[in-house]
Design a protein around this ligand. Structure first.
Ligand code: EAX
Length: 326
């Protein structure tokens, strides 16, 4: 930068050029999650690694906790090009119904399975489909296996959800799922959930343990029911136009560093899932393991709706399931 200024002298032109250059050098990355959540920790790890790789010429700026907007607003900003990167999770299925594959309960068996789905389906079919919606999927990271918390009773079977007001992300498919199980789903942005739980606007919510812990929901929830009902990936995403405007070496660095960070995120996710059950117990929550078979049985209508409503939906489910066993 300095060299450029020295060459041109401090004319208005050089200042204008320098300032345009300074803007282009900033990489703005935003997430909805808290710094303590897995997505928050992963975003920090990625930012640190990317900054080290790019050096002083670029400045990677991370904004967490929805400071630049909730996930829905972040998608708009990616499309407008006002931010460069964002981590987008559950609401992806509202943008592109194919992504509701990850709202099919109990589809993802474990993280090894997820990795196979990532290589064979996400980075091929789903990434192509996202491009047609103006988004470039850079990499698949982890939001995590989702669990249910509430203040009324332990959830063992779907019947236990009967009439409970459960906050879900603004995802049509997650709403459908909780309706099929008998709950009264209430979609809202993540940043509003703590107060909604605290004031009793909703009885409960569903999220991975690291999001629950990151937002301290254990302070305002009595029951934790381990359902593992959905595995939410989180996608490191760019706007299609914005991505093409980034210099090629930056795109390569972002892609490679993001891919490296995937391994880190999945390992961290596994570690946190083990550790945080104890944290929740220590916080005074009553914990139970839900009846998986009962939930699987009650989930058939969701798979059916996906097959009927989403082009090629059944084929995606079949391919994903076939990847369960290596
Ligand atoms: O940042 O809204 C949610 O519950 C999602 O898990 C979101 O990614 C949290």
């Amino acid at each position: 930068m300095l060299k450029l200024k020295q060459l041109l002298g401090l004319s208005a032109l050089s200042l204008a050029l320098a300032s345009a250059q300074a803007q282009a050098d900033k990489i703005v990355f935003a997430i909805g999650g808290t710094p303590q959540s897995l997505q928050g920790q992963t975003a920090q790890e990625f930012t640190r690694r990317l900054q080290a790789r790019l050096g002083d010429e670029h400045q990677v700026e991370l904004y967490d906790s929805g400071q630049l907007g909730n996930e829905q607003q972040l998608v708009q900003k990616l499309r407008l090009g006002t931010i460069d990167l964002a981590a987008i999770s559950s609401i992806m299925s509202s943008i592109d119904p194919q992504f509701a594959l990850f709202d099919m309960p109990f589809l993802v068996k474990d993280r090894a399975h997820l990795k196979r789905i990532d290589q064979n389906i996400i980075m091929k079919d789903l990434a192509d489909s996202a491009e047609t919606k103006g988004l470039h999927i850079v990499s698949t990271w982890e939001n995590g296996f989702r669990q249910i918390t509430n203040n009324v009773r332990p959830i063992d079977k779907p019947e236990d959800l009967d009439g409970l007001k459960i906050r879900t992300p603004k995802s049509e498919w997650r709403t459908k799922m909780f309706k099929a199980w008998g709950a009264n789903p209430t979609p809202m942005a993540f940043s509003e959930v703590f107060v909604a739980l605290q004031t009793g606007v909703v009885d409960g919510q569903e999220n991975p343990l690291s999001n629950i812990n990151g937002a301290k929901f254990q302070e305002v929830q009595d029951y934790l029911s381990l359902t593992n009902h959905v595995y939410s990936p989180i996608w490191l995403t760019a706007g299609k136009g914005g991505w093409q405007k980034l210099p090629e070496d930056v795109r390569t660095a972002v892609t490679e560093v993001a891919a490296e960070t995937q391994g880190w995120a999945l390992a961290k996710g596994e570690e946190l899932d083990q550790k945080l059950v104890g944290t929740m117990r220590d916080a005074g929550m009553q914990i139970n393991k839900a009846d998986r078979d009962a939930f699987v049985k009650a989930s058939a209508p969701i798979y059916q709706a996906y097959a009927e409503r989403v082009d090629g939906g059944q084929a995606l489910v079949d391919r994903a399931m076939a990847l369960a066993e290596e």
